[in-house]
Design a protein around this ligand. Sequence first.
Ligand SMILES: O=C(O)COP(=O)(O)O
Ligand SMILES: [Mg+2]
Length: 225
Amino acid sequence: MNARRFPVRAVLFDLDGTLLDTIADLAEGANRMLAELGRPTRPLAEIHSFVGKGIPHLVRCCMTENARASEAEIESAVAVFRRHYTEVNGRYTTIYPGVAETLDAMRAMDLRLACVTNKAEAFTLPLLERMRLDRYFDAVVSGDTLPVKKPDPAVLHHACGLLGVASAQALMIGDSANDALAARAAGMPVLLVTYGYSEGMPVDTIECDGLLSIATGALERIEVV
Ligand SMILES: O=C(O)COP(=O)(O)O
Ligand SMILES: [Mg+2]
């Protein structure tokens, strides 16, 4: 049976865990931070479960999960993380299979494309350039573009405003509950990839409009209007 196609003029993509596999660089930045602060480093799988709500949240989890840290220590740890992550951002990052083909096909369909990420702008823009993905996007909304991040729907409305489309004419493609909740609240359909980072939650337990094992699967779920 064919799944329902969503009538769309734009597609909004999450970044970490959806377009790019960035976990090795995030874990390297986090562990360099922990080592500098004289704290035990953490396994990659644990850091994986901390990714999704932006850098301040990642650093807070690294500092407080089975450990203690004051607010002042967490705040200065964010600055340490940012210094290390600036050095490693993109070093071990890879593009997931099917992503470039999907973006090429969507551009050929005249869809407007945006990247909407909780990653801070200082890391998002150089990473998109380094991975040669910047050329696909008509708009990029990062974790510190607005005072709020996903799951707040304001970031998706903001991206649609930049693209000049109504939120109801856009499709969100992400990997976590932050993407799904933001899309639901913004009144747009959402598909989740099964290969990304979902904060330790099984992705098939997150309420959404469908799962994608590879990004190209999205092409069968849209109809350009
Ligand atoms: O920075 C994060 O924690 C996650 O970023 P994302 O929104 O691109 O998945
Ligand atoms: Mg993500």
